[in-house]
Design a protein around this ligand. Structure first.
Ligand SMILES: *[C@@H]1O[C@H](CO)[C@@H](O)[C@H](O)[C@H]1NC(C)=O
Ligand SMILES: *[C@@H]1O[C@H](CO)[C@@H](O)[C@H](O)[C@H]1NC(C)=O
Ligand SMILES: *[C@@H]1O[C@H](CO)[C@@H](O)[C@H](O)[C@H]1NC(C)=O
Ligand SMILES: *[C@@H]1O[C@H](CO)[C@@H](O)[C@H](O)[C@H]1NC(C)=O
Ligand SMILES: *[C@@H]1O[C@H](CO)[C@@H](O)[C@H](O)[C@H]1NC(C)=O
Ligand SMILES: *[C@@H]1O[C@H](CO)[C@@H](O)[C@H](O)[C@H]1NC(C)=O
Ligand SMILES: *[C@@H]1O[C@H](CO)[C@@H](O)[C@H](O)[C@H]1NC(C)=O
Ligand SMILES: *[C@@H]1O[C@H](CO)[C@@H](O)[C@H](O)[C@H]1NC(C)=O
Ligand SMILES: *[C@@H]1O[C@H](CO)[C@@H](O)[C@H](O)[C@H]1NC(C)=O
Ligand SMILES: *[C@@H]1O[C@H](CO)[C@@H](O)[C@H](O)[C@H]1NC(C)=O
Ligand SMILES: *[C@@H]1O[C@H](CO)[C@@H](O)[C@H](O)[C@H]1NC(C)=O
Length: 711
């Protein structure tokens, strides 16, 4: 499968100084070099330390783990046969000449996430065995002259991570001088702007280069000196185009998230390109990339561009003066112009090995004649969100290896295919036609596709055959979905298809495990689901206005959605099922009776309950679910209830609403009786007190009212 890099969790344009690395995935051969900031997990390891002086470091065989130790220098006194030293997440600012003297056997040194500015020039003079050096996330921009001298003394260095160090073009050139044995280099998250043939000129052995998340706008012959380079990551930069691409040895090129309008491979090369994976997603391309004439390209990712096909405009009298070539110039010189013949049919290059073609989020409204046919190995085609209006499977001749076809969210109103064509698609397993304007399907679609397992027809106007009626499926079959003989089908999604009635025997003979019927308001399901009782595990009946559905026979059901259905109580038949997930959102439930809550809590793993008008005075069910550790109440802090005064509270915060348990009204009566009684008692006491102490009364009257006056 295609390689995965850590996602864009790391902020680039902060000068590369303050970011944390959360997740690092690496090809295995480089693993040691980059096992950097994952150190919290390391701390769990049992220490085998024989050096109490450095109890903060953990020794495991010949590896010392001193991550997160607040160190400001390399600890001395570790065993001198040490081979790996990890000092990630410390406060080391300078790597001093003497610091590694005691560890001549070191082959891996990791100093990621320190405050490193400088490597003193003699630091590595005795570290002749050092192969992997990780300096990610430091401040090496500050002292790169001296650091470069230090690196020059490492002729055997294989892997170097300089990511996130605030490095600019000239600093990188300085640091990389003479590193002739380097095989892996990470420069991601720096401040590189422009690369040319001098940038990596000494790195003859380089195999993998990560230049993600810089601010590069031009690359001019930068990799001509790296004949071994196989994996190149240019993602998240500002490149406007990649023209005259002639790196025949490259296997993986990732140029996603740039501003690329053109990708043009060198057309004059007769060599076979080794390229297998090309990622140009999230760019600004209008044309399908102009791929090499000969290549082994297997994975082509082009999602989120503006690609369309224009070949029908060529050789066409309509636009006689249409420009047919583009020329490219670069910043430095005007040499090496690249000219592309825009409208030529052969432009797409060699796509004969293509297995994955991802065109999601483009402007494709048709496939050129013969285009699909050129991909005999195609197994996944992703066309989500394009502009396809019709698709003639017969004329395009998809290959028998097609496994996944996603045509969702287009403007398809028609799909044409004859039975022979469909029979040939024996490997097609997943077909997504949702979010189109389909009114019908080719006849025999389901019965001819022998391997079909999952079909999504949601949000179309497809209706279901009524086998018991006068068989409309055979005469005007194309407007009806008929899966009578789809033996392999297990997942059927029919959301929002405007379905009104599901015929009694609609699912007879099928072994569906997933059935989605949500968003068909007023749907009459009858007993049609009965025939699936043995197999069905996932059932969606949200927004169908169902009320008392009889679930008890669906003994395999694990997932049920009955959200948005105006339910005022749970269908009792639910309680006998072994449900794992239950979606009850947006109904009218005032409560869940304790017996039901207990029954559900013992089985469910996940429950969705938000959007119900729960009664604050009947929330025992909430405590039941809350105290059951095995159940996850999704969005639990958003579950709300209303009290007697119709005020809304979060059920979670039961202390914030005053609720009278059952019989609350009589409690109010108690209060109403008590208050006057207390008041009269107090009155009586005052009178009694005053009558027994009349003098006091007089005195106080005298004191306050009859003050002697001085006249
Ligand atoms: C290309 O790089 C981006 C960003 O790092 C990543 O999300 C994507 O998965 C990579 N593409 C491939 C094919 O590995
Ligand atoms: C390069 O370094 C960045 C940040 O440190 C990391 O996310 C990325 O995975 C590294 N690239 C490779 C190929 O290891
Ligand atoms: C580095 O390479 C240059 C030529 O590129 C050479 O003149 C110089 O001697 C080398 N320095 C070391 C230390 O190998
Ligand atoms: C390209 O190579 C093929 C063989 O791989 C050869 O038959 C053909 O003549 C070559 N074409 C050119 C233009 O060199
Ligand atoms: C590659 O294909 C282009 C377009 O068809 C053609 O002009 C060029 O001659 C081909 N190059 C080689 C070496 O075959
Ligand atoms: C010529 O171009 C027009 C405009 O796009 C198109 O409708 C027509 O089908 C084209 N004709 C041929 C012969 O391709
Ligand atoms: C096309 O070009 C010719 C000569 O180059 C010119 O006479 C003609 O007016 C142009 N047609 C259009 C539609 O621009
Ligand atoms: C590139 O194009 C410019 C402008 O058209 C031209 O002057 C120059 O000679 C071309 N260079 C090459 C190498 O073709
Ligand atoms: C689909 O393509 C086939 C073969 O090219 C052709 O015979 C048929 O007429 C096409 N159907 C439609 C509806 O265009
Ligand atoms: C299905 O794919 C396999 C290889 O993945 C291939 O051998 C087989 O011929 C394909 N089936 C059809 C009907 O093409
Ligand atoms: C079909 O495609 C739509 C739109 O991309 C997506 O939401 C849906 O989950 C897909 N269906 C299946 C079964 O994967």
């Amino acid at each position: 499968m295609s390689p995965h890099y850590a996602h864009h969790r790391v902020q680039i344009l902060n000068g590369g100084r303050a970011s944390l690395i959360e997740d690092v995935k690496m090809p295995v051969h480089m693993l040691t070099a980059i096992l950097l900031c994952l150190s919290p997990t390391w701390r769990i390891l049992t220490p085998v330390s024989s050096h109490p002086r450095h109890s903060q470091c953990q020794l495991i065989q010949r590896t010392a783990l001193c991550n997160h130790c607040n160190l400001s220098s390399v600890p001395a006194g570790l065993p001198d046969n040490l081979e790996e030293l990890q000092l990630n997440y410390n406060n080391i600012q300078t790597l001093q000449s003497s610091s590694l003297l005691g560890y001549p056997s070191l082959n891996t040194l990791s100093l990621a996430c320190n405050r490193l500015e400088n490597l003193e020039s003699n630091t590595f003079q005795h570290s002749k065995l050092l192969k992997n050096l990780n300096l990610a996330n430091n401040n090496l921009y500050a002292g790169c002259q001296e650091s470069s001298h230090a690196l020059k003394t490492l002729p055997g260095l294989r892997a170097l991570d300089l990511s996130e160090n605030g490095l600019e073009d000239d600093m990188v050139a300085t640091l990389l001088q003479n590193l002739t044995s380097l095989e892996y280099l990470n420069l991601s998250g720096n401040l590189l702007q422009r690369l040319d043939e001098t940038s990596f000129v000494d790195l003859h052995q380089l195999k993998e280069l990560d230049l993600q998340k810089n601010i590069m706008y031009e690359i001019d012959g930068a990799f001509d000196g790296n004949p071994m380079l196989q994996r190149l990551n240019l993602a998240f930069n500002y490149l406007p185009c990649l023209t005259d691409f002639h790196m025949t040895q490259l296997v993986v090129l990732n140029a996603s998230h740039n501003f690329i309008e053109w990708f043009i491979a060198g057309q004059d090369l007769n060599d076979t390109f080794q390229l297998e994976t090309l990622d140009l997603s999230n760019n600004k391309m209008l044309f399908f990339p102009f791929l090499p004439n000969h290549s082994h390209l297997r994975n082509l990712y082009l999602s989120q561009n503006s690609i369309s096909f224009y070949e029908h405009l060529a050789d066409n009298g309509t636009f006689p003066n249409l420009t047919s070539t583009v020329e490219f110039y670069n910043m430095k010189t005007y040499t090496g112009n690249v000219t592309a013949q825009l409208w030529e049919e052969s432009l797409h290059g060699d796509i004969s090995s293509l297995e994955i073609l991802d065109l999601r989020g483009n402007q494709v409204d048709h496939f050129p004649k013969g285009f699909i046919q050129k991909m005999p190995a195609l197994s996944r085609l992703h066309m989500f969100t394009n502009c396809l209006e019709t698709l003639n499977l017969t004329s395009h001749r998809f290959s028998g290896s097609l496994y996944e076809l996603d045509l969702s969210n287009n403007r398809l109103n028609q799909i044409v295919a004859d039975r022979g064509t469909l029979n040939a698609l024996g490997n097609l397993t997943y077909l997504n036609l949702s979010l189109n304007s389909l009114e019908g399907l080719p006849s025999g679609l389901f019965s001819s596709l022998a391997g079909l397992r999952s079909v999504d027809l949601s949000y179309n106007n497809v209706d279901i055959c009524h086998p018991e009626e006068a068989d409309p499926c055979t005469d005007n079959s194309s407007t009806w979905a008929d899966w009578k003989n789809a033996a392999s089908l297990t997942q059927l999604y029919l959301k929002g298809c405007n379905l009104k009635i599901i015929p009694l025997s609609a699912f007879a003979g099928l072994s569906l495990t997933h059935l989605e019927l949500s968003d068909n308001p007023g749907l009459v399901v009858h007993q049609s689901i009965q025939s699936l009782s043995r197999t069905i595990r996932h059932l969606g009946l949200g927004n169908t206005q169902i009320q008392d559905f009889e679930f008890s026979h669906l003994q395999s059901l694990e997932y049920l959605s009955i959200s948005r259905n105006y339910l005022t109580h749970l269908p009792p038949s639910l309680l006998n099922l072994d449900l794992k997930v239950l979606d009850l959102r947006d109904n009218r439930l005032p409560t869940i009776p304790p017996a039901q809550a207990n029954a559900l809590a013992s089985k469910l793993h996940t429950v969705f309950l938000t959007g119900n008008p729960f009664n604050c005075c009947q929330t025992e069910w909430f405590r039941t679910f809350e105290t059951t550790k095995t159940i996850n109440m999704v969005g639990r802090s958003d579950i709300k209830c209303k009290d007697l005064n119709q005020l809304t509270y979060r059920v979670e915060k039961s202390h914030s609403f005053f609720c009278l348990e059952k019989g609350g009204e009589s409690f109010i009566w108690y209060i109403l009786l008590f208050v006057p009684m207390c008041l009269s008692l107090v009155g009586i006491l005052i009178i009694v007190w005053l009558t027994f102490k009349p003098k006091m009364l007089k005195k106080s009257i005298k004191k306050n009212c009859l003050m002697p006056t001085s006249y």
